[in-house]
Design a protein around this ligand. Structure first.
Ligand code: ADP
Length: 500
């Protein structure tokens, strides 16, 4: 009888369910999109029931399509969009309002007010590893308690529960029996002390959040509960939970300090495992908790940085400028010219992130001449992705005090061979792209399967990796220096105070 681990991958725009076999192959996927709700400019919500019905619907359809019997399921692992905040009634399971999505900016002024004193901001960073922002759950919880009628009174009476999406799904899967989350998700709430490993009383007071709202926090590879939702097969153990980026780091088998992954999607997410060391960044990166294999007796951490405009720059060329029809054609177009002919794009559409941090900066294209062709601009766009990742990697290496030996890559744009070769060239580091690019879901499956013994060890997981594509650096030093100098000059013209 063939056995599987199920990965539930609850993302920002869709919910997916996957069957993963013992060889680490994804043998079935069902994906269900759900509505995005934009009640006001800058606000983003999800209906928690849409999240649930799309996720349970995807799971049910997957099991029916593959005729999977309960005996064939080893366990469930969950990975999820992080920071998105739900509060519900403990008795009825009814959400008190829509989920406030990580992208939602409605609480920016709350964070500004609370962190007006730089010492407060520093204390938050020291405890949580995060740079205070509306992105994280704390101010979203406060907003719900302050703005939904009766919510604060009910919360103080212990009637309500808060959860990130993993916690909401776990609650529903266990029919309201378990209110728990994992350390990776807790570390994105801005209420969890990542050094002491507990909800932080001082931060709860700062955001005026009653502790009774909060879930129990467990390691990512733990037994969380068993399914007992009447819509589902009963008794399946849920044994792995991690936020999407930490799940991808685990799914990329970055089990040791110094190992890193970068996801090239709409934006880029770079995470480096820093082991037991909760590195403090001097370059505006955040420190977060990494998912660990069962049996690891200490908290493991990661440094995290992101690029705002990555695949989004390619989308912009396609949808707004109309320079290309598909993202895929950029690879051949870029290769059709020998260089960008001196063109650089600085994609500061929404400001520049780490390591520059200039929110006011705006995008620019430099070096246009009468000889500039479409292909030069397209190539400059792809190169801009790679340069942004280059800056982030160098900042991360400096913060972690260790060089990157290999960069593991995934995400939609990692399919672009030109981009990946150029990335390897500018980083002077090999890149490794696994055959199976579903690293986020794999991470959740691995955590669950290691907990139950479906896989015996992380070595077993490493042995499953085969058929990786590798890119090795192959650029002369003189050209490398010239290109990087050109990029930094373009950045210097764009941001107020470049740091390099
Ligand atoms: P997300 O999960 O953020 O939606 P994906 O990982 O699905 O993103 O990747 C989609 C993004 O990658 C899009 O922004 C698209 O423009 C970009 N992309 C996809 N394929 C390519 C390609 N071959 N070359 C360059 N960019 C690509």
């Amino acid at each position: 009888m063939k056995k599987y681990v199920i990965a539930l991958d609850q993302g920002t725009t869709s919910s997916r369910a996957m069957l993963v076999d013992v060889k680490g192959q994804v043998v079935g996927v069902v994906q269900r999109p759900f509505p995005q709700i934009y009640p006001h400019p800058g606000w983003v919500e999800h209906d928690p029931k849409d999240i649930l019905s799309s996720q349970l619907g995807a799971l049910t359809e997957l099991l029916v399509a593959h005729q999977v019997t309960p005996e064939q399921i080893d366990s469930i692992g969950i990975t999820n969009q992080r920071e998105t905040t739900i509060i519900w009634d403990r008795k009825t399971g009814e959400p008190i309002a829509n989920a406030i999505v990580w992208q939602c900016r409605r609480t920016a002024s709350i964070v500004e007010e609370i962190t007006a004193d730089p010492l407060v901001s520093q204390r938050i960073t020291a405890k949580t590893g995060l740079i205070p922002d509306a992105y994280f759950s704390a101010s979203k919880i406060k907003w719900l308690l302050d703005n939904v009628e009766g919510a604060r009174v009910r919360a103080e009476a212990g009637e309500l529960a808060f959860g990130t999406i993993d916690c909401w799904l776990l609650w529903a899967l266990t029919n309201g029996e378990v209110h728990a989350t994992d350390t990776t998700n807790a570390s994105r709430t801005m209420l969890y002390n990542i050094r002491e490993g507990c909800w932080d009383t001082e931060l709860l007071e700062l955001f005026n959040i009653p502790e009774s709202l909060l879930p129990e926090v467990k390691p990512s590879a733990s037994f969380f509960g068993k399914t007992s939702n009447p819509q589902l097969m009963q008794g399946i153990p849920i044994c792995g939970i991690a936020g999407d980026q930490q799940a991808a780091l685990f799914g990329q088998c970055c089990f040791k300090p110094g190992q890193a992954k970068n996801t090239y999607g709409t934006g880029c997410f770079l995470l480096m495992n820093t082991g037991a060391d909760a590195c403090v960044s001097k370059n505006g990166l955040v420190t977060t908790i990494a998912a660990s294999a069962p049996g690891v007796d200490h908290t493991e951490y990661a440094l995290e940085g992101s690029v705002f405009m990555a695949g989004a720059l390619i989308q912009w060329l396609r949808d707004e400028v109309g320079l290309i029809q598909t993202a895929e054609e950029t690879c051949d177009l870029a290769r059709s010219v020998e260089s960008t002919g001196g063109v650089y794009i600085v994609p500061a559409f929404t400001g520049m992130g780490a390591p520059y941090w200039d929110a006011e900066a705006r995008g620019a294209i430099y070096g246009l001449t009468r000889g500039t062709q479409k292909a030069h601009i397209v190539r400059a766009a792809l190169e801009a992705l790679a340069y942004q990742v280059f800056d982030l990697v160098r900042a991360m290496e400096a913060d972690a005090g260790m060089p990157l030996s290999v960069l593991n890559i995934d995400g939609g744009a990692s399919a672009n061979d030109f981009l990946m070769q150029f990335q390897s060239d500018v980083l002077k580091t090999p890149l490794c792209r696994p055959q199976n690019r579903e690293t986020t879901a794999l991470g959740a499956a691995y955590l669950a399967g290691l907990t139950t013994g479906f896989w015996k060890s992380t070595e077993d997981l490493l042995a499953l990796r085969s058929g990786d594509s590798r890119y090795n650096p192959n650029m002369e030093d003189a050209r490398h220096m010239e290109l990087i100098a050109g990029w930094h000059e373009a950045v210097a013209r764009t941001v107020y105070k470049p740091k390099h």
